[in-house]
Design a protein around this ligand. Structure first.
Ligand SMILES: Cc1cc2nc3c(=O)[nH]c(=O)nc-3n(C[C@H](O)[C@H](O)[C@H](O)COP(=O)(O)OP(=O)(O)OC[C@H]3O[C@@H](n4cnc5c(N)ncnc54)[C@H](O)[C@@H]3O)c2cc1C
Length: 223
């Protein structure tokens, strides 16, 4: 059976623009001191920067972003440990992979290397035997037991901005698994482009001795 091998990817589901998000957060954030009179056309950026620098991050919980992620089941298992999030994930109980089965290429095995060949052979064998179990009349929820961590999954994840910041600080750091960084760093890059005020204190570096070289960490805010 021919298997399909792809790289991880993501799709942003929430439509927003920075100005609207910052203005909403300022309006809500100013409730605490009843300082709404200070709202000006251009005051939102400085206000949101200030609450982040002060650690007054509960205000960031008022806006959520949904992202649909394609990754392997190993990475998705790490992802769902984050409890302040909502998920909808492709079900290996109900989806039948007898016709097509997709695996995520591990970033640390170079195509053509002996390690890559071992990995590919195991995926092909699992796919072949999965198909056999299905043809013997077994249900997907039974046949799935022989599929490896590399099986592709699709998972929609919704978090508020505070939780996304928390997730990036854990899942993009040098301590995170290379495949987890490979999944989350592109999402962080996208968020940094779309909401620079909220994610500008995350610096992405390319100097790490790792199969996936990018790492990100929170830098100290400007005074
Ligand atoms: C590099 C790395 C290695 C890891 N290795 C392992 C491992 O070997 N084994 C393993 O089991 N897990 C491991 N984990 C998972 C880790 O222990 C957490 O379960 C996971 O990162 C979820 O993060 P979190 O608990 O901070 O918060 P989330 O669930 O994202 O919650 C966000 C924050 O809310 C607060 N919070 C949420 N729920 C509670 C609660 N019930 N009580 C109090 N405060 C709460 C905490 O402040 C928490 O930080 C690892 C994680 C990383 C990043």
């Amino acid at each position: 059976m021919e298997i399909k091998i792809i790289k991880p990817s993501f799709r942003l589901e929430t439509i927003f623009d920075e100005e609207t998000v910052l203005k909403m957060l300022e309006k809500i954030g100013r409730i605490s001191h009843k300082s709404e009179a200070k709202i000006k056309e251009d005051s939102a950026k400085e206000f949101v920067k200030k609450i982040i620098n002060l650690g007054h991050e509960s205000v960031l919980e008022h806006f959520s972003i949904t992202v649909t992620i394609i990754c392997d089941r190993g990475v998705s298992h790490e992802m769902v440990r984050h409890r302040l999030a909502s998920y909808t994930q492709e079900s290996t109980r109900y989806c039948n992979y007898a016709d097509e089965i997709i695996f995520i290429k591990p970033v640390f095995f170079k195509k053509g290397s002996p390690e890559y060949d071992i990995w590919k052979k195991v995926c092909e064998t699992a796919a072949w035997e999965y198909q056999k179990l299905i043809s013997l009349g077994r249900k997907s929820e039974e046949a799935r037991t022989i599929l490896p961590n590399s099986l592709k999954t699709e998972i929609a994840m919704t978090c508020n901005l505070r939780e996304w910041r928390h997730i990036f600080s854990l899942r993009c750091s040098s301590f995170a698994h290379p495949q987890t960084r490979e999944t989350f760093i592109p999402i962080l890059k996208c968020f940094k482009e779309k909401l620079p005020i909220i994610f500008s204190d995350f610096a992405i570096e390319n100097n790490h001795q790792s199969p996936y070289p990018f790492v990100a960490q929170k830098i100290k805010a400007a005074p």
